[in-house]
Design a protein around this ligand. Sequence first.
Ligand SMILES: CSC[C@H]1O[C@H](OP(=O)(O)O)[C@H](O)[C@@H]1O
Ligand SMILES: Nc1ncnc2[nH]cnc12
Length: 307
Amino acid sequence: MAEEEKVLIGVIGGSGLYHLDNLSFITHVNPETPWGHPSSPIAICALPSGKKVAFLARHGIGHTIAPSAVPARANLAALKSLGVKAILAFSAVGSLREEISPGSFILPAQIIDRSKGVRPASFFEGTSIVAHASFGDPFSKKFVSWLESRVRKALDGEGRGVKLFTDKCIICMEGPQFSTRAESLMYRQWGADLINMSVLPEAKLAREAELSYALVATSTDYDAWRPDEGTVTAAEVFRTLTQNADTSRHVAATILDEIHEAFAADGGDMLEEVGGMKLSIMPRSSNQILEDRRKLAFILPEYFTDV
Ligand SMILES: CSC[C@H]1O[C@H](OP(=O)(O)O)[C@H](O)[C@@H]1O
Ligand SMILES: Nc1ncnc2[nH]cnc12
């Protein structure tokens, strides 16, 4: 793809956020990757500056894909194939803390994995090549800390009194059913503050693809831990979803131009993930299959130059 056609920033929309119709729609693209097609065609939209961003609906535009079946590898690979270097992902989450009321926005810093191993979680899975990405800080620290003041300002300017929390821990469960009261209480004891079904393997795959990745979590409910209250239902989630999606679109439209600027040129400090896989891939051996190296070259061409 020609340099000028590349799109630097990708946005992944979660439940309730199926389009960014406050930006100017240009076209849809649907790249085929070695892991198949993304959840939905990717909308290329123009920012007020004329710069382009790519928007992908995680569950498909008509929300037809359950969390366990999201083709996360195809999603990340397709975005990267467009030239994307940073991903701003949105997610509807349950709150495990009283102060994080429904309608709050959160930039989490940590993840606990309670997915059940049914989702392919590595681009290297099923290949003859082994890699161990660093994941101690699962979100891109510089990107997240850069976002804090910008998201706060966008929320303040929006005038709905939406609170922003940072430095929280999100637990990713398998679903599709919500948690039991016992599980919800246990997650609180573990130190989790939020719960969703989508941040993994997305964040792991972004790390393997050397993409900067941040999550804007939008709280919809109190899950199932409050003793005198009912437990979360989809109907309850839907009540907050539309308003949260509206606010998310406002935040995206307000900050995307600045994100683009921050990652433009050589990206400066922001591209902290680039180069991170260099020492994560186990040294080449003659037993590595050429076909596998070709497949991985789609996502990490720098390390598979011989194919
Ligand atoms: C509709 S409630 C459960 C569903 O909502 C969240 O989706 P997303 O993260 O894509 O906004 C959550 O992770 C579950 O998939
Ligand atoms: N309580 C909850 N549990 C898991 N995922 C969610 N998404 C929104 N609310 C949720």
